[in-house]
Design a protein around this ligand. Structure first.
Ligand code: SF4
Length: 439
């Protein structure tokens, strides 16, 4: 029998890009290709790129260069693929370029450049029911929609990924069930705007296990909450209808965790940013959420130095931080994205001022995060073990998403394995992490 074509794959970018990679890999495997994680011996290498900010673009272009150097035959896809001329300019020899979510185009290009000489043998080329996953076995990203209906002035994602297209709820539940059956204990719900889920479907009904399900944000959370695993919500905006899912968190159906990219605290800057839900009274909303669910953990990201940000705006942002008492916060200095509307705004913030504001922001927030984390000391928390290190097992509680939040170091590590959910007494905390024991 002929050998199947062998495809190498490099996946860059955010969890949404990772899900795109998983989908392409699953299709290639179904078609009968062999997959390899090395350049050597691959008939071709696919690079799934990120094009969000300039540093991500540079990283993507470098990865394409490395693959070309090591292998020579490269297909490019993903967000940077939407700027084909940038790629061609740096690397004229790539075989094919496609944009984000263009799964069929990538797979067709692989078929064109590495024609299959063998048909897949169903006894050997088994693809797991949940598809090919690039995350550890015990957690998985669940993408609920593509695209975005907003027009944030610093972002070009809508022009790369198009308008919001939600997946039918029955399809999402089918995928979630397969993941859980395959051993996944934590589902990380992702999209560009999770709180907008279903708005394009007009709450259309679909059927799961013979029951009607309504495609809405609350319907999605209620259905996922029935699966008996951790359900973590990313990229939510503080709209009034988000209030409806707080009782599910208080009842332990979904994790009391919300990842809300607020980006700023000054209404004037939020307006310049054209952020969704910018007009809402966010502090009051957060207060009410915590009333319903005191365990709620809030993670967010912010941008300092957005064009036009005055000292007064920055003080308003610091006041917002102090009042909101967010648990986990990431901060970025504004960096222009080619093609974004914000590039046309007047009054850019000088680099030195931006850097000083960033440093001040971090000092203010670090004290808040440390204080919030200390509240966990003395509690018993369920911890999902991710890996074993020399001295301890390393896991996460409901308050920590993988890759972006803190960790829980658990001792003794004997008899613990990745994917296990254990009860841990928390003994101490530091700036980002918790330390605890199994009694
Ligand atoms: S919500 Fe704003 S930042 Fe997020 S993808 Fe949509 S336009 Fe971009």
């Amino acid at each position: 029998m002929n050998k199947p074509g062998k495809i190498g794959f490099v996946s860059l970018g955010c969890p949404k890009a990772l899900v795109d990679s998983e989908r392409i890999l699953t299709q290639l495997k179904l078609d009968g290709y062999a997959l390899t994680n090395s350049y050597d011996g691959a008939d071709l290498v696919v690079v799934n790129t990120c094009g969000f900010i300039d540093s991500a673009k540079a990283e993507s272009l470098a990865a394409i260069g490395e693959a070309l150097h090591a292998n020579g035959r490269v297909i490019v896809t993903g967000c940077l693929g939407a700027q084909a001329e940038t790629i061609r300019e740096a690397h004229p020899n790539v075989l094919h370029i496609s944009g984000p979510q263009q799964y069929e185009a990538v797979v067709a290009a692989v078929h064109e450049h590495v024609p299959l000489t063998a048909t897949p043998d169903p006894r050997i080329d088994l693809v797991p029911a949940q598809g090919i996953k690039l995350t550890p076995r015990h957690y998985a990203y669940l993408k609920i929609s593509e695209g975005c209906n907003h027009h944030c002035s610093f972002c070009i994602i809508p022009s790369m990924r198009g308008k919001l297209v939600s997946r039918p709820l029955s399809e999402i539940m089918g995928e979630a069930e397969r993941l859980v059956a395959a051993g996944v204990r934590e589902l990380l719900v992702i999209s560009q705007d999770t709180s907008a889920y279903g708005s394009d479907l007009k709450t259309r009904t679909s059927f799961w296990q013979g029951r009607p399900l309504h495609a809405s944000f609350a319907g999605l959370c209620a259905a996922l909450g029935e699966l008996g695993v951790w359900v973590r919500l990313h990229y939510v905006y503080p709209y009034p209808h988000v209030d409806d899912v707080l009782p599910l968190m208080a009842d332990g159906k979904i994790l009391p965790y919300l990842d809300i990219p607020f980006q700023h605290g000054s209404p004037r800057i939020l307006k310049l940013m054209r952020r969704p839900a910018a007009a809402e009274n966010t502090l009051e909303r957060i207060r009410r959420w915590r009333e319903v669910c005191p365990e709620l953990v809030l993670r967010s990201t912010f941008i300092v130095g957005f064009p036009g940000e005055t000292d007064a705006d920055f003080r308003t942002l610091l006041d917002f931080l102090s009042a909101a008492e967010l648990d986990r916060v990431g901060c970025f200095q504004y960096s222009p994205v080619a093609g974004a509307a914000a590039n046309r705004l007047p009054d850019p913030v000088p680099a030195a001022i931006m850097q000083a504001r960033y440093a001040e922001f971090m000092i203010v927030q670090q004290a808040i995060s440390r204080r919030r984390l200390q509240r966990q000391v003395g509690r018993r928390l369920s911890v999902l073990i991710d890996r074993l290190e020399d001295q301890a097992a390393v896991g996460r509680s409901y308050a920590d998403a993988p890759e972006i939040d803190g960790l829980v170091y658990v001792k003794p590590k004997t008899r613990l394995a990745p994917g296990e959910l254990v009860e841990v007494t928390i003994d101490s905390s530091d700036d980002y992490d918790l330390h605890g024991r199994i009694d």
